[in-house]
Write a new protein. Structure first.
Length: 252
């Protein structure tokens, strides 16, 4: 077995560990692969993904940077590094990385979607909507992009357009809890209490441990005088998370 075959063996073991959520084992195997083949860009990228999951952002950035140094056309590594910058609110740096990924592959829908999110965080809403639309042109069933357009329209007060895009995301995936939750919040904001309750209830059917939605539904019940239902929802929140102080305050 030559060095590269040996490195590949550890790389594959790393992927197996990752699938089994054994993150330390995965890091150890990807590290071994890198020791055997210092130009193994995929091993750097994958180790970066795990560091990111473990909130070790600096180590993740280092690994993604090494991956793009070895492979300047490694679009996934640019995209992944961009996502960390975005998480750290370094949106300008994030946009630069998404730009690179798009330059390498002009049909990279995830990079358009992610760049749109960064633009949104910088309040560049037109550019954000443009990017989400570009992602949808590439994949007309890209539910996350529709949902993100909805969020952006909601932010700038275009409520009809926001609801239209949430509807589209739900049409693509009837179990897309984020779209129901966002649409429910918007209905709540617009005083459409029954519609809000309906959407929050749908989210809970899909994910019975979504504590924030129980809390939000409880607030709507409170608002319309259904205090028993409200208390039931706040109690449910506390069952899921005994440290959710706002739920106690609303019961009291």
């Amino acid at each position: 077995m030559n060095i590269n075959e040996e490195a590949k063996k550890y790389f594959d073991l790393g992927i197996e560990c990752y699938k089994n959520k054994d993150f330390e084992g995965a890091i150890s195997n990807f590290t071994k692969a890198i020791e055997l083949d210092p130009d193994y860009k995929e091993a750097y990228n994958n180790r970066g993904v795990i560091y990111e999951k473990l909130e070790k952002n600096e180590e993740a950035i280092k690994d993604y940077t090494k991956a793009v140094e070895i492979g300047p056309n490694f679009k996934e590594a640019y995209n992944n590094r961009g996502l960390i910058y975005e998480k750290l609110e370094k949106n300008e740096e994030a946009i630069e990385d998404f730009n690179e990924a798009i330059k390498i592959d002009p049909y990279y829908k995830e990079a358009y979607n992610n760049r749109g999110i960064s633009y949104g965080k910088l309040k560049k809403n037109e550019e954000a909507i443009e990017d989400f639309n570009e992602a949808i042109k590439i994949d007309s069933h890209y539910k996350e992009a529709y949902c993100n357009i909805g969020i952006t329209y909601d932010k700038i007060g275009k409520h009809k357009e926001a609801i239209k895009n949430y509807n589209k995301a739900i049409e693509i995936d009837p179990k897309y809890k984020e779209a129901y939750n966002n649409r429910g919040s918007l209905y709540d904001e617009l005083g459409k209490n029954e519609e809000a309750i309906k959407d929050y209830t749908k989210v809970i059917e899909i994910d019975p441990n979504y504590k924030k939605v129980y809390f939000n539904r409880g607030l709507v019940y409170s608002k319309i005088g259904k205090y028993e239902e409200a208390i039931n929802d706040f109690t449910e929140v506390i069952k899921i998370d005994p440290n959710f102080s706002k739920a106690y305050a609303n019961i009291g």
